[in-house]
Design a protein around this ligand. Structure first.
Ligand code: ADP
Ligand code: ZN
Ligand code: ZN
Length: 722
């Protein structure tokens, strides 16, 4: 486990001391490491003769300014996480590894003598050299960089040596500098409607920090509101940061921002190479990038001129990191805006109860866009009672008939499965035995394409059995996965094309892009998919959304189940009927009388949210209380529990009446990848009291006798409890 503290060093022997925000090389135990200077101190717990010197200073000027360092410190304190790991998360990989901010590239360039050489003649004696010389000849005066050469001519280095010795080529080192992008006017957008204008004006009026919840149904023109605000901030010479969910960062979004603003956004996401990432980061830090578009970790990007922060789809789970440093980029975006005294806009069609609660309390301002812009009507939502029309192979006759009607009139149909992992399991009709993972306490999922059983939790897999391992009779599958659904639909609608979009079918690089463009252009008549389909895509021909398996969410164990179910249904329903065609949403359920459905149909997301808030207040769950989850795992169950028992004792010793401790209990999946897992929930209505306890707990967790046998973590404001 990394330690949760910073370490003291003396400045390097040569040169001026490295300023806070710069990197240094230090000796840490037997290893050399890159360190980040957080602050200068005049004293240390260690006597001076015990302090080591930094070996070298890596940056002439600080990479991070005081505000950036403040955010790192805040994050470490709030999430009770080692500050070194927070600093590491805030820096691009290359800088973390000690590489220079401005890397240099090696170029090979042809010389005058080289230009005069007869390539044909050379080719007879040294074909490799001739090939390389020809390439450089074509490239002309700028030459070719080493990375490109490596791609084009394997083993070019030997040939290059030969050519250099003959004086036919030369090698140069060039610093990769950033050119400022275009700074055009951009294309004009639609005239804003009344609701949009009101939202824009409210945000423009804010003098300094204020948080705004932009609560607008899908297609209500939230992005147009962002664009208007961005335009103004950029024209005033300042920078904008927009955070988007992982799946939401599409080429379409980037190109829309680019064209409308007439600038080149700096993009930051996990699909970039390290060098591309560094380049975007550098442009943000230098202020040459006026707009930074990024996923979660972009919240740490230094932006000296930031004037506005936007979080799009604030409800999206990908803003919360679920391992290591478990931070919420949305929450840190708000904290950062406050520190920089600039407005922050949080957009969603299905705002989290946390944000709605802040609005009710008057901390944030609630701005509503209740209508779709551009005239599209909201879809009609109806329940299909599975008791009357049972689902054979996943699709009820009523849903199939509706699909046929929509397809006949030229519409596109989307069949939505509420998340992978629910299904399909393998069950024995004779004895009821369900195939389970040998390494975890979880059910195996059937993958028909390679006839395997896979565990979605630990990744282990084995061939699909035809007969029950318990009793030997033939087995059948329970529940429906996307593949099963695809097969059913293919049988039912043989003349229509089907496109499946889920994380299994989209693993090949570029597959997602191809599938989406088929879907968007209407080449696929029927779409089958999971949550992946529900974000940010625009399917002009889509008129029917079928929600195939909503019921699992009705009886979820997590206190957030209803909120989540409502969010996924409303998000996917938002895909239907976006243009001239009205949309229809049909939900299959065996529980049509359930209160949740009554509220969702009659009052929409807003009604569900209101009721949920009332219930949370009564039952004392967030946002009315704060949570932290302490997790542990070990090879022996007893060790995982002993660690948490000790933690519980320590908490009880320090805490007053404001703190409730639940557990330790086995984690819902008590065994994962061969380790036993347990958890302890700490709850308080007083955020400060909770944090004081966690802060005092951490040192004893790190050094206590139980710590050596377990892996453990603290998750502040957890969003996955079970
Ligand atoms: P959201 O971000 O809320 O989903 P968008 O900003 O993407 O909504 O807008 C949805 C569609 O409506 C887009 O095609 C957009 O160009 C159009 N639109 C947005 N605002 C207006 C407006 N005021 N007048 C006409 N069309 C608009
Ligand atoms: Zn498993
Ligand atoms: Zn059996």
């Amino acid at each position: 486990m990394p330690l949760s503290r910073a370490f003291d060093y003396l400045p390097a022997a040569e040169g001026p001391p490295a300023r806070p925000g710069s990197r240094v090389l230090v000796r840490f135990g037997p290893r050399r490491q890159t360190g980040l200077v957080l602050t200068h101190g005049s004293e240390s717990e260690l006597p001076v003769d015990k302090l080591k010197r930094c070996t070298a200073t890596l940056d002439d000027e600080p990479l991070l300014d005081q505000d950036d360092l403040w955010l790192i410190r805040f994050t470490a304190d709030y999430y009770h996480h080692p500050i070194g790991e927070v600093a590491a998360a805030a820096l691009p990989a290359l800088l973390r590894q000690g590489k220079p901010l401005h890397p240099t590239a090696q170029y090979l360039v042809i010389t005058d003598a080289g230009e005069k050489t007869e390539i044909e003649a050379l080719a007879k004696r040294a074909p490799r050299q001739a090939e390389l010389l020809e390439l450089l000849c074509d490239a002309g005066g700028n030459g070719v960089d080493v990375d490109t050469l490596t791609e084009q001519i394997p083993n070019w280095r030997r040939a290059a040596r030969g050519l250099r010795e003959k004086g036919l080529i030369s090698q140069h080192e060039t610093r990769l500098d950033d050119e400022p992008g275009p700074d055009g006017k951009g294309e004009p957008g639609p005239e804003l409607n009344e609701d949009q204008c009101r939202a824009v004006e409210a945000i423009q009026r804010s003098d300094g920090f204020r948080a705004f919840l932009l609560d607008g149904v899908t297609g209500s023109g939230k992005t147009e509101v962002y664009l208007r605000l961005m335009r103004e901030v950029i024209d005033a010479g300042r920078q904008v940061l927009i955070l988007v969910p992982e799946i939401g960062l599409t080429p379409q979004l980037v190109s829309r921002l680019k064209h409308r603003l007439g600038i080149e956004p700096a993009v930051l996401h996990s699909g970039l190479t390290d060098l591309e990432r560094l380049k975007s980061w550098r442009a943000a830090r230098a202020g040459t990038a006026k707009l930074v578009v990024g996923t979660r970790s972009a919240v740490f990007t230094p932006m000296p001129g930031v004037g506005l922060i936007v979080v799009d789809e604030e409800h999206d789970h990908s803003f919360k990191q679920q391992e290591g440093l478990r931070y919420s980029a949305r929450d840190l975006a708000i904290v950062r805006a406050k520190r920089r005294d600039v407005p922050v806009v949080l957009g969603s069609a299905t705002p989290t109860l946390e944000m709605l609660h802040h609005c009710r309390e008057g901390h944030y301002e609630h701005l509503r866009l209740p209508q779709r812009a551009g005239g599209a009507r909201p879809p009609a939502v109806r329940l299909l009672d599975l008791n009357r029309s049972p689902a054979l192979d996943g699709i009820s006759e009523a849903l199939a008939a509706a699909a046929a009607t929509h397809l006949e009139s030229g519409g596109q149909v989307l069949m939505f499965l509420n998340r992978r992992g629910f299904a399909p399991t393998l069950i024995c009709a004779a004895c009821g035995h369900i195939a389970e993972c040998a390494r975890c306490d979880s059910r195996m999922t059937v993958h028909a394409h390679d006839r395997s059983l896979r565990c979605h939790h630990c990744g282990s897999h084995r061939p699909l059995d035809d007969t029950c391992s318990e009793c030997g009779s033939p087995v059948r599958r329970l529940g429906e996965g996307t593949q099963r659904l695809e097969e059913t639909l293919a049988r039912r609608f043989p003349e229509h094309s089907i496109q499946r979009i889920d994380s299994d079918s989209m693993q090949r690089k570029g597959a997602m892009h191809e599938a989406l463009s088929r879907a968007e252009q209407g080449e696929a008549d029927i779409l089958v998919g999971t949550q992946m389909l529900s974000k940010g895509h625009h399917f002009p021909k889509l008129t029917l959304v079928g929600i195939v398996n909503a019921d699992q969410g009705l009886f979820g164990a997590d206190f957030r189940s209803s909120e989540r179910l409502a969010q996924s249904i409303v998000q996917v329903a938002g895909r239907a009927g976006r243009e001239d065609r009205p949309g229809e949403v049909l939900i299959q359920t065996a529980f049509p009388e359930h209160l949740f459905w009554q509220e969702l149909i009659a009052g929409g997301y807003e009604q569900v949210a209101e009721d949920e808030l009332a219930e949370r207040e009564q039952t004392r769950w967030p946002p009315y209380t704060r949570l932290a989850l302490l997790r542990s795992s070990a090879h022996r169950q007893g060790d995982a529990h002993a660690f948490l028992d000790a933690a519980r004792k320590s908490i009880e010793k320090h805490s007053g009446e404001h703190v409730r401790v639940l557990g330790p209990v086995d984690a819902p999946m008590a065994r994962k990848a061969g380790r036993y897992r347990a958890q302890l929930l700490v709850q308080s209505s007083d955020r400060r009291a909770l944090h004081a306890i966690l802060a005092s707990l951490r040192p004893s967790l790190e050094t206590g006798p139980a710590a050596r046998k377990v892996r453990w973590s603290i998750d502040v404001d957890p969003i996955e409890l079970w």
